[in-house]
Write a protein that binds this ligand. Structure first.
Ligand code: GTP
Ligand code: MG
Ligand code: ZN
Length: 326
């Protein structure tokens, strides 16, 4: 039916409905006051959202919203009580996940472009933990930094031993930075590496993640605790990840320390690719679908024999390969 065929009464009704619709669009009702925000910290049922004006709002989540992570962008609506409700999750540029106790993937941090794995002479680092993080970092294709913190605890000779132990990782092309929160040298290199990036700090409890952030943002109060004198382990001081803005631009996410870190489940070709120094050899095995475990004429095994791949790295690959098969 065209307008010309509408009766006067019908036309009046159409105009009235249109006017009502325009009024709805221009009036500030709760639904059109929806705004975007950045997740600063996330507690499961509650999240702290930062508005583009840098105001913090405590928000609950609509039931359909999946588990969130620091760095997520969301849509939220203000509530009459001054709090907010998150109604939508914006698409993620990147997401680091980690299996929980039941093996289900849980988000750790979103929209990051860099992950710094922090190690320290105490607590004693584990190459399995470092390799687990590096595989997860390669899998989501973000930049990796390896940071050896607390170098003030080492003599020059001890530092040389550590540098040799970690030289393997620089030979693969990973940036390696030595830091101490008690000395300024090294902190400049870290500041430069973090500037302009959205970075996540990860590592064992007690390696000094929060201390490093505190040094970079001196005005913020961040909980830090000494290592247990009995166990030499960290005290799991940080219990919830938090996002901080760097004065020089960029964001930094502090995360709770872990005892171990298994990368997310990957198929064999992807897992092997995530060991970045394996890549030149992967198409030279006798079998195109070689899993680099027990097959004859495997180019990865040959590279280990020739010293181009460290045996510990192949060993760690095989640990996750067999875990992911079961
Ligand atoms: N000697 C020395 N001690 C440090 C350094 N950085 C941190 N520490 C100490 O290490 C301990 C643990 O530091 P935190 O910053 O809480 O460690 P964390 O990695 O955040 O630990 P979690 O929050 O439990 O994951 C504290 O006693 C710090 O003072 C450093 O560069 N040198
Ligand atoms: Mg901490
Ligand atoms: Zn092979």
């Amino acid at each position: 039916m065209t307008h010309r065929q509408l009766s006067r009464q019908q036309l009046r009704r159409v105009h009235h409905r249109q006017a009502q619709r325009w009024a709805q669009i221009s009036e500030p009702t709760p639904s059109n006051a929806a705004a975007t925000g950045l997740i600063i910290s996330y507690y499961g049922k509650i999240a702290v959202v930062e508005t583009p004006e840098r105001q913090l709002v405590r928000c609950t989540l609509r039931r359909h919203i999946p588990a969130l992570a620091c760095g997520d962008w969301v849509v939220w609506e203000p509530q009459p009580d001054g709090q907010g409700v998150i109604t939508a999750l914006q698409p993620r540029q990147s997401l680091l996940e980690r299996p929980d106790a039941r093996g289900q993937s849980r988000p750790v941090a979103a929209n990051i472009d860099q992950i710094a794995v922090i190690l320290a002479p105490r607590p004693e680092p584990s190459e399995l933990l470092l390799d687990g993080y590096l595989v997860a970092i390669e899998a989501i294709e973000v930049n990796a930094l390896v940071v050896l913190n607390k170098v003030d605890l080492l003599t020059a000779a001890e530092l040389a031993v550590w540098a040799e132990r970690l030289a393997l990782y620089s030979s693969m092309g990973y940036a390696l930075i030595h830091t101490s929160t008690r000395q300024t040298e090294g902190l400049t290199a870290l500041t430069d590496a973090l500037a302009g990036h959205s970075s996540l700090l990860v590592g064992q409890s007690g390696v000094g993640k929060s201390s490093l952030i505190k040094t970079l943002l001196p005005e913020r109060s961040i909980a830090i605790q000494s290592l247990s004198a009995r166990t030499g382990l960290g005290a799991h001081t940080t219990s919830v990840s938090t996002l901080y803005h760097l004065p020089s631009g960029g964001d930094l996410i502090d995360s709770p320390g872990v005892r171990s870190f298994d990368p997310p489940r990957l198929d064999a070709p992807r897992l092997a690719w995530c060991f970045r120094e394996f890549r030149p050899f992967l198409s030279h095995c006798r079998f195109a679908n070689c899993t680099h475990t027990a097959e004859p004429d495997c180019a990865v095994h040959r590279a280990v024999e020739h010293g181009a791949i460290h045996p510990q790295r192949l060993h760690n690959y095989q640990i996750w390969y067999s875990t992911f098969q079961s």
